[in-house]
Structures are given as C-alpha cells and as structure tokens.
Ligand binder design. Structure first.
Ligand SMILES: [Zn+2]
Length: 309
C-alpha cells in the first residue's frame, strides 16, 4: 500500500496533469472503454446486496450547503486563497492572520446546515447498521457536516475546523466555541480592504493542558503536510473490506478520491460516482450519476424493497 507515502504537496501536480489528459492517446487514437452505467435500478440491485459500503466525499457535497472553499475563481478571503493561508509557513509567519481565516470559517459554519446528500448518507448508515451492514464516510471536508447530519462512522482525512492541536504538546481537542478565543471576537472579516487584527500570539488560542499553554493551531492537514497515518490505516482497512464504493461530490481523478477509488475498482468492487462532471477516469467505474448529489443520492440510498428492518 503506497498511500502513506503520498503527501498533499506530492499529489497536486499529478492531479493537474491528469485533469488535462483526455481519453485519446498521444497518437490521437480514441481509446475505446465501456461507459459506466447510469441505470439507477441496476445500482439499487448492487446496493441491496452490499454489506460494507465506503462513501468518499469531497467539496461538492459541502458546496451544496453553501460552504465556501476559498479556492478557484472568486474564492478569496481578503487577498488570499486557501493555498496561501493553509500552510505551516503561513502559520509560522503570521499565526494571527491564519487564525482570523479559520475563525471566520468556523463562524460561517454556524450559518450552514447539512443538505439532502449528507442526510441521505447518515440515514442510510443508521438503517443499515440495524441490519448488520456498515457504512463509512471517508471525507476530505473539514466542516463536520456529515457528523451534524448524524453520520457516526466518519474518517476525516483532512481533519476538522472544530479541532485544535497544540504545537507544543500535540494534544488534539474538539472545540466548538464561538468565538474560539476572546481576542478573535469580531475579527476575520473577508473583505479585501480589511486590515489584519494583528493579535499578539499570547492572546491567540492556547493549550489548556496543565503547565503547557502552547499555541494551538487548527487540526487540519495543510498544503505540504502528510495525511495522518492512523487515519490512513483506518481508510485502508475500510477500502479492503468494502463491497461497494461511492464517490460523491468529487471527481474520481482528483485527489483524494484518486488515491482510493481506483484501488477499489481494481479489486473488482463496484464504484459509483455521484458528481457534476464526468472525466476520462469515470470509464473505470461501474456507475456514474450526473447532477447535484443532493438530488441524485437520496433516491440511490433510500430503503430497498429487500430491506426488512
Ligand atoms: Zn499543549
């Protein structure tokens, strides 16, 4: 298994190269591949027999709840995008600015709610667990909307906006306070002409462990950092036992689904994409359902007639 050798920094160049690739060979000869099915009845037959379902989710699921990503056109906080602020270097240069950015993102989440895709996944997990079947959500999203929807078995491969990690002692703590500390109250405005609050480092969020008081950082995976090996081990275990894999709200050639879905498909396990776009890699999978996942997912995951509990 090569997953743990991969870092976010190592992956993005591959992603960009692959996005530009097409289904044609360099010689311009079209590669003939089977198209995935969009037959919902066929998917439902497979779904009804699955015992261990792994659901990979990405930014598209959160986008349908109006969660900003601070990436792409228009995705700015002040003058910056996520890749300018979500780095260890940015944090060590200017922890006050980075904390303002994350404070703003935490506060924004108070105004957002899980959408029908989150709710359908959570309801499916609760229902199937009563039948001795399992559903795991493996998500790159850091907004906790899956948990708020009621999902219990969630692997957050990029961490959470609502966890902190002490840079001194390493303690990870859940934290849903609003604001996270008094000094950040009223700061974090996203407008480009807003001045930095320049909060002294001693007034930023600090570790509450006895005798530590170290600076806290968001417990999220920043650009250039490796994914948590404990989480990756759990992901590997889930992918090895799953007998159905869903890729929801993220393209299967884009990190992180690109790491996971092809290895599942290579084992002969059905993979179903629920996404707004198709890509050349879509042809490797069994099913593709086009459209907003808040629309396509609920009918796919609702109770099947063969379910008796
Ligand atoms: Zn500490």
């Amino acid at each position: 298994m090569i997953l743990r050798q991969l870092t976010s920094r190592g992956l993005f160049p591959q992603v960009h190269n692959r996005v530009r690739s097409s289904s044609s060979t360099p010689q311009g000869v079209l590669v003939k591949m089977a198209r995935p099915s969009s037959d919902l009845a066929e998917f439902r037959k497979v779904f009804s027999k699955a015992k261990h379902i792994a659901i990979l989710t990405g930014a598209g699921v959160s986008a349908e709840s109006g969660v900003p990503t601070f990436r792409g056109a228009g995705g700015y906080w002040r003058k910056w995008q996520a890749q300018d602020l979500a780095t260890p270097e940015a944090f060590s240069r200017n922890p006050s600015r980075v904390w303002e950015f994350y404070h703003y993102r935490r506060e924004v989440m108070l105004t957002k709610s899980p959408n029908p895709a989150h709710l359908a996944i959570a309801e499916c997990e609760a229902r199937l667990s009563r039948q001795g079947r399992s559903v795991v959500v493996i998500t790159q999203n850091i907004d906790e909307l899956h948990r708020r929807a009621g999902s219990k078995h969630v692997l957050e491969i990029h961490g959470s906006l609502f966890k902190t990690r002490c840079v001194s002692c390493g303690t990870v703590t859940a934290n849903h306070s609003s604001p996270i500390c008094a000094a950040l109250q009223g700061s974090g405005a996203p407008d480009p002409d807003t001045s930095d609050a320049k909060i002294p480092v001693e007034n930023l969020p600090r570790c509450e462990d006895a005798g530590c008081a170290g600076l806290l950082r968001p417990d999220v995976v920043w650009f250039g950092e490796t994914l948590d090996s404990d989480i990756l081990t759990q992901v590997e275990q889930e992918l090895e036992i799953c007998d159905l894999c869903l890729v929801v709200g993220t393209s299967s050639i884009v990190y992180p689904a690109a790491m996971f879905a092809p290895q599942v498909a290579a084992r002969g396990v059905p993979v179903a994409e629920f996404n707004m776009e198709t890509t050349p890699a879509t042809t490797r999978f069994t099913f593709h359902f086009h459209g907003p996942c808040g629309t396509t997912l609920p009918p796919a995951l609702e109770r099947h007639e063969s379910e008796v509990i």
